[in-house]
Design a protein around this ligand. Structure first.
Ligand code: SF4
Ligand code: SF4
Ligand code: FES
Length: 240
């Protein structure tokens, strides 16, 4: 099979540079075996254009930094095999987040704001005693929490969400998944009435349209549909 010549059409803009106009720039590369989008972007930066901005840390689908719009669909550059893509690949930064430059967005700032708003930490009245053994947790409880804790905060679900595009204050599937995780945690003393105060509005669980774009694009295949449904039912009971 002859190697394809790939054309990458990439969004370029640096909002901090007064001379930078938003636009698209084309780059061409020959496809190599096993090429990922991360490898292609690295080659573009090393061989064709050192000014191209994009984020990565782990190159293994763990850190969540390299999410972008790949031919219109949110995904991780390091987990995207070029052989599954057409020869023309359009790349945009994830919508819904502050643009740093080109394909790089500030998901960290958004995630921190969401975590603070949802108080995404264990709330407990018990004092920690470092001299006693840790409290035990049933393995099935720990497993259920771990399943939701696999979120890497990549932002793909936020970028895919219709509600998010209309309501910038929406907590997103990532936020609802976070609260679902603390609701499962036996160490967290919060009641459903307290959770309702945080997400019982249209910018929380009742703003979700349940079209599940979030679940379709989540690279960790988190059970967002199930968690959103459980949470909505529990919160609807509080509103009665
Ligand atoms: S829920 Fe999935 S898509 Fe959303 S931030 Fe977490 S890992 Fe990414
Ligand atoms: S199901 Fe809800 S959170 Fe998920 S993409 Fe749709 S509106 Fe957004
Ligand atoms: S570089 Fe870490 S998820 Fe892609």
């Amino acid at each position: 099979m002859t190697a394809r010549t790939l054309t990458f059409r990439v969004f370029r803009h640096n909002p901090r540079d007064p001379d930078s106009e938003p636009g698209m720039r084309d780059y061409q590369l020959d496809e190599t075996p096993g090429m990922t989008l991360f490898i292609a972007l690295t080659r573009i930066r090393e061989e064709l254009d050192p000014s191209l901005s994009f984020d990565f840390v782990c190159r293994a689908g763990v850190c969540g930094s390299c999410a972008m719009l790949i031919n219109g669909r949110p995904g991780l550059a390091c987990r995207t095999l070029i052989r599954d893509q057409p020869a023309r690949i359009n790349l945009f930064p994830l919508p819904g987040f502050e643009l740093i430059a080109d394909l790089s967005v500030n998901t960290g700032k958004w995630m921190r704001g969401m975590s603070e708003r949802l108080q995404a930490w264990v709330h407990t009245a018990s004092e920690t005693d470092v001299n006693v053994l840790e409290a035990r947790m049933a393995p099935e409880e720990a497993e259920a929490i771990y399943e939701l804790d696999r979120c890497i905060e990549c932002g793909c679900c936020v970028a895919a969400c219709g509600t998010m595009q209309m309501r910038p204050d929406f907590v997103g599937a990532v936020g609802m998944n976070k609260l679902a995780r603390f609701r499962l945690d036996p160490r967290d003393d919060r009641t459903d009435a307290e959770y309702y105060q945080m997400i019982g509005q249209d910018n929380g669980i009742f703003g979700c349209m349940s079209l599940l774009g979030c679940q379709d694009v989540c690279p960790k295949e988190l059970p967002l549909q199930t968690q959103i449904a459980y949470l909505r039912r529990a919160m609807a009971r509080q509103g009665l």
